[in-house]
Design a binder for this molecule. Structure first.
Ligand code: FAD
Length: 338
């Protein structure tokens, strides 16, 4: 049985920053994540994409942000159970919780912080016969490393930010980028749409709209896609087909833990992001409240306030006076000053 002070479910940016904030209060953390690596959406969905709204970083790659968060928390020696999904939770008589994973690993803690983001990642797949035979053989639903597509022909399909942003990004890397969308209008940000139009005029992106990919062809690896435009059907030869239709959020087993759920997210109060079950908090993309924004910096804020409440639950009656790290350093935060 793994024992800790705060058991964090989800090792995305929110879960990782919780380790640091808890560490300042001398609280130990252990993280569980269904993915084999830490970083959540940042490392799974867009590790090589620059983020522009992390305070103090005019620009940082999502993968580098994950690395920095791991580095910042390392001094507090968090434990990790990776590649396992938190399945069940049981409240004990002493008020603590036991969380068991799909592989049977058990964890006990007085505080559970659910930082499960979107839950398990399930890409929305196009309804194309046999497409599963080409997955990892030229059909990708996530772009983990853009270098994979260097000097290759790529067909991207979708009308949102991901499809637009990756088309723009790969225009400088791939030998040929074709963006296919079933409408002439895109749902993504206006400046991305304008950039795609510019790149089209420069001959760096082939824009095929309103059209739809209806088939994939190839022997062992994809060799082309069949495109339908009105009544016409034609083939575009390609090395990769990347449908970017977004993720279908699935809360998974957490949805059955007796928590108040609204539209696939866990309802919390905005004082300390505690759920309807005392001792269980929900922070980051996984929670909902009036005015909620699914942004990394909001997850950081929620984690910080949550740790203060966790400290009070674990140390009843002990007074804690907030000090700046600049004044007391990291070790000065023993959380016991009167
Ligand atoms: P996540 O990053 O989703 O991590 C949650 C983790 O919990 C996952 O690793 C998941 O595997 C795990 N998990 C879930 N359920 C279980 C379970 N039962 N057991 C074990 N593990 C579980 N935000 C910004 O602020 N700025 C941006 O510029 C920005 N750009 C983005 C671009 C893209 C393409 C995308 C997709 C998102 C972007 N975001 C951006 C949003 C940002 O990534 C999220 O707000 C952030 O990742 C939320 O962090 P999180 O830790 O709450 O959740």
């Amino acid at each position: 049985m793994i024992q800790t002070d705060i058991l964090i479910i989800g090792a995305g940016p929110t879960g990782l920053f919780t380790v640091f904030e808890a560490g300042l209060l001398k609280l130990k953390c252990h993280l569980i994540d269904a993915l084999p690596q830490a970083g959540g959406q940042c490392s799974e969905l867009y590790p090589k994409k620059p983020i522009y709204d992390i305070p103090g970083f005019p620009e940082i790659l999502a993968g580098d942000l994950t690395g920095n968060l791991l580095e910042q928390g390392k001094q507090f020696e968090p434990g990790f159970t990776l590649g396992e999904r938190a399945e069940t939770i049981e409240k004990q008589e002493d008020g603590s919780f036991i969380v068991t994973t799909n592989k049977g690993t058990q964890h006990q803690a007085p505080i559970v912080a659910i930082a499960g983001g979107l839950g398990s990642f399930e890409p929305r797949k196009p309804l194309i016969e046999n497409i599963e035979n080409y997955e990892d053989h030229g059909v990708d639903y996530f772009i983990k490393d853009p270098e994979k597509y260097r000097n290759k022909r790529v067909v991207i399909s979708g009308g949102g930010d991901s499809a637009l942003d990756w088309s723009i990004f790969l225009a400088d890397i791939a030998s040929e980028v074709t963006l296919i969308h079933r409408r002439n209008e895109f749902r993504g940000a206006l400046d991305s749409v304008e950039k795609v139009q510019e790149l089209k005029l420069l001959g760096k992106i082939n824009l095929v709209t309103p059209s739809e990919v209806v088939g994939v062809v190839g022997e062992n690896h994809i060799e082309g896609v069949t495109v339908k435009k009105g009544e016409e059907e034609f083939q575009i030869d390609t090395d990769f087909f990347i449908p970017l239709f977004g993720l279908s959020p699935k809360l998974g087993p957490i949805g059955g833990w007796g928590l108040d759920i609204e539209k696939n997210a866990i309802k919390v109060n905005t004082v300390d992001y505690q759920t309807n079950i005392p001792g269980i908090f929900a922070i980051g993309d996984v929670n909902t409240y009036e005015g909620k924004l699914k942004l990394i910096l909001c997850g950081f804020h929620e984690a910080t306030l949550m740790c203060q409440s966790a400290y009070k639950i674990i140390n009843p009656g002990k007074k804690y006076v907030l000090k700046y790290t600049t004044v007391s350093g990291i070790d000065g935060f023993d959380g016991t000053r009167k």
